[in-house]
Design a binder for this molecule. Sequence first.
Ligand SMILES: N[C@@H](CCC(=O)N[C@@H](CS)C(=O)NCC(=O)O)C(=O)O
Length: 252
Amino acid sequence: MSARLFVVPGSHPSVAARLMLERKGVPYRRVDLVPMVAKPILRALRFPRATVPALIVDGRRVQGSREIARALEEARPEPPLYPAGAARRRAVEDAERWGDELLQPVARRLAWWALRRDPSTLGSYAEGARLGVPLGLAVKTAPPIIWGAAHFNRATDAAIRADLAALPGMLDRVDAWIEEGVLGGEEPSAADFQIGTSIRLLMTFDDLRPAIESRPCGEMARRVVPSFPGHVGPAFPREWLAESAIPPVRSK
Ligand SMILES: N[C@@H](CCC(=O)N[C@@H](CS)C(=O)NCC(=O)O)C(=O)O
């Protein structure tokens, strides 16, 4: 089995795909792409959509973190990414879908909003990436890309305020799944990788990490995703954090 995985540095579903390939023991070559510039490249590579993660495995194109999880499970069933038993599998798939459709975009919007506010933090997410240009140059030329990505992902002030307000409820939901045994089992599932990587991206924000890291979801994310690049200092307005029940950790 030979695989090429196309990613964007700091992209949480890209990290999920990478961890699932590694969990399955599939050797792969990682191709780092610059955000936004990735879109035409993926189209040129004949992927149906313009998003990462995108995988070419034995000549087959598989795009999207959930699709990649399924393709890997089919090609190499051990160790499993989904539990045996229809009811348990359905519960894990429901959590995985929620992670992909709801939590993942919240973490993405918050990241682009914060990067637009301080583009210099972009470099921290690209640690170890091979972008074909020196990191310093990539960071210097990044502002238009960041603005484009923030616009494309609709990372408006109103959206970010709503995301921050919704976040405590979302974290409660993940904690409840852990309590029920749907997430955070001994063997990591596709849903753990899907949700754990979004939680890890959220934990790169100084504003959010203290409220997350000691919760069950924070512990699960650290275990399933031992390392995740990136660091953003205080970024969100104090009153938005106060509204969201995420305790502000600084005075501003
Ligand atoms: N939910 C999908 C979508 C992934 C997605 O939107 N990925 C972002 C990066 S996190 C992307 O490709 N953005 C386009 C770009 O950066 O050019 C998945 O899990 O694969």
